[in-house]
Design a protein around this ligand. Structure first.
Ligand code: PAF
Length: 284
């Protein structure tokens, strides 16, 4: 694996692959890699002979009082994960390479249709930071394919919309969430959970399964199943930001004819904010 830290050396490397006529698949990350990331890199490999991954903890997507400073930076551990996943190039830039004129002067990219809803309503500016850095990384890496985890469902949909709106020649692939044996979605932030919280955390995914069954199999109203999930999560010690059922294709509120749905949740457990979702179909 080749590690590059500057835009110039990344571009040299990409030009070499292009001269060889090779397609490039890209997996952007913020490091502290887990098996969910490895799965994204394996998926990337299915789409192209060259896999580029990036590790960059993007300050633009953290709000005031969020965990930018304490976000786990684990370079030696990450190297092992990247090697095991067969990544060809790691792009690991300092801030000056991503935001050369300073992060406050940076041109930004925003997807208004979806940026302020769901998680965006609780993390103002977060998705603007995500789409801004992903767009810049796409312009630097120039991938044919980019792979995102569906655990961050709203982020995946936003990146799809951004790519379509800006006419970027990148195919966006979404990969199913990788879970711990008890169902907890793998996430870099799971490391923040205390042992007691970790035991409770799997309840989040159970609550989504219960919500799905109540709506899909028992015909309960969406508003009722959302409210029940919120009450039950509170009883388990969570502080939910939202539980919401949306259409898979655009995350808008479903109408009576919509069949492909996704239930999304964000909830705090102690000082850790967890997100998860479950896709399901309504049979006629
Ligand atoms: O999902 C992440 O790790 C980040 O939001 C991303 C896509 C790497 C952008 O910083």
């Amino acid at each position: 694996m080749i590690t590059v830290e500057t835009v110039a050396s990344l571009r040299d490397q990409i030009a070499r692959f292009r001269q060889e006529g090779k397609r490039i698949a890209f997996v952007p990350t913020m490091g502290n890699l887990h098996n969910g990331h490895v799965r994204l890199m394996q998926e990337a490999r299915r789409h192209a002979p060259v896999v580029v991954a990036s590790i960059y903890v993007n300050p633009l997507q953290f709000g005031k009082g969020e965990d930018f400073d304490s976000y786990p930076r684990t370079p030696s551990h990450d190297k092992v994960a990247l090697l095991s996943a067969g990544v060809d190039v790691l792009f690991k830039p300092p801030e000056s390479e991503i935001y050369p004129r300073g992060k406050t002067a940076q041109t930004f990219v925003e997807v208004p249709a979806l940026s302020d809803d769901l998680c965006g309503a609780f993390r103002p500016g977060h998705f603007r930071g995500v789409t801004t850095v992903v767009n810049r990384l796409f312009n630097l890496v120039t991938p044919d394919v980019a792979v995102f985890g569906k655990k961050d469902y709203q982020q995946w949909q936003l990146v799809r919309l951004m790519t379509a709106d800006l006419g970027l020649p990148v195919e966006i692939i979404g990969v199913d969430t990788v879970r711990e044996p008890d169902g907890l979605a793998m996430s870099s932030r799971n490391d923040y959970l205390s042992p007691t919280e970790r035991k409770v955390a799997a309840r989040l995914y159970e609550a989504l399964g219960t919500l799905r069954d109540r709506h899909r199999d028992k015909g309960m109203m969406l508003e009722t199943v959302e409210e029940n999930a919120i009450m039950e999560l509170r009883a388990d010690g969570f502080r939910p930001d939202y539980v919401s059922v949306r259409r898979q294709q655009d995350l808008q509120k479903p109408g009576p004819d919509d069949r492909n749905l996704v239930a999304l949740v964000a909830a705090w457990l102690g000082l850790t904010r967890l997100i998860d979702n479950i896709e399901f179909e309504i049979n006629i």
